[in-house]
Design a protein around this ligand. Structure first.
Ligand code: NAD
Length: 259
């Protein structure tokens, strides 16, 4: 479905982003992948993506740095002409009560989870508009729709990302470019494993009990969402069937937001 198109997925060396990169490559898109990781991890991902018969290019931009982001978009456009599918996925979390929230962590969460998407969109959109086709997909969170305690920066950034999604959807409404957000509930990735480990230590629980407690608190299905399921939703949002899905904040959350 995406043969000959180019997708850039930020934060795709792990977790959800890697699931999305795999799903887009399976549809025939060339992939620019990004994120941290050692040389052997990056070489392994490139090899795996190329095995799907597509080109894969890595760029190590630190998404908290606008100059790095500009360099990455330039590199992607000079390799492939333009970016057709832009997935803003890189994200970090920090958990602390607001009075104790480190200022430096607030700045980092806002930069990576929100401002980075502003930069990639402003830089990639002109060529999408010129081609009159594009898909911008922002990986927000159910925390872009509702709050939880001790996640001030993350909830603020993800609500901001949903707002940014709506503005871009309106500004592109009469073009072939769409912009939507995906709002996952719990997905078992390193970002969430860290929260499970902290909870196990804090409450004296086994890893398994901490995992069950985490799900039981918020996610009615009591099952994790998977990166594969999110990858499939991204592929749908790239399809012609989704051409009039614009400005959505699409929850995929085991029922979390229905409560
Ligand atoms: P993860 O920690 O497994 O992956 C995060 C990716 O972002 C990695 O590739 C990492 O290298 C990259 N990254 C982090 N900081 C970066 C930076 N400064 N520059 C470039 N890359 C950077 O996390 P994940 O759970 O896969 O999260 C991916 C996205 O999904 C995030 O935006 C997160 O907020 C969102 N999300 C996750 C969950 C969940 O339950 N895991 C739920 C809702 C939303």
């Amino acid at each position: 479905m995406l043969k000959g198109k180019t997708a850039l997925v930020t934060g795709s060396t792990s977790g959800i982003g890697l699931g999305i990169a795999r799903a887009l490559a399976a549809e025939g898109a060339n992939v620019v992948f990004n994120g941290f990781g050692d040389a052997s991890l990056i070489a392994g991902i490139a090899r795996e993506l190329r095995e799907r018969g597509v080109q894969a290019l890595y760029h190590g931009a630190d998404m908290s740095k606008p100059a790095d982001i500009e360099d990455m978009i330039r590199a992607a456009e000079s390799a492939f002409g333009r970016i057709d599918v832009l997935v803003n996925n890189a994200g970090i979390q920090h958990v602390a009560p607001i009075e104790e929230f480190p200022v430096e962590r607030w700045d980092a969460v806002l930069a990576i989870n929100l401002s980075a998407a502003f930069h990639t969109i402003r830089l990639a959109l002109p060529k999408m508009k010129a081609a009159n086709w594009g898909r911008i997909i922002n990986v927000a969170s159910v925390h872009g729709l509702v709050a939880s305690v001790h996640k001030a920066a993350y909830v603020a950034a993800k609500h901001g990302l949903v707002g940014l999604t709506k503005v871009v959807a309106l500004e592109t409404a009469q073009t072939g470019v769409t912009c939507n957000a995906i709002c996952p509930g719990w997905v078992l990735t390193p970002l969430v494993q860290k929260q499970i480990d902290e909870r196990a230590a804090r409450e004296g629980l086994s890893a398994d009990a901490a995992r069950r407690a985490l799900l039981g608190e918020k996610q009615p299905s009591l099952s994790f969402v998977t990166p594969q399921q999110i990858g499939a939703l991204v592929v749908f949002l790239c399809s012609e069937a989704a051409a009039q899905v614009r400005g959505a904040a699409w929850n995929i959350d085991g029922g979390w937001y229905a409560q």
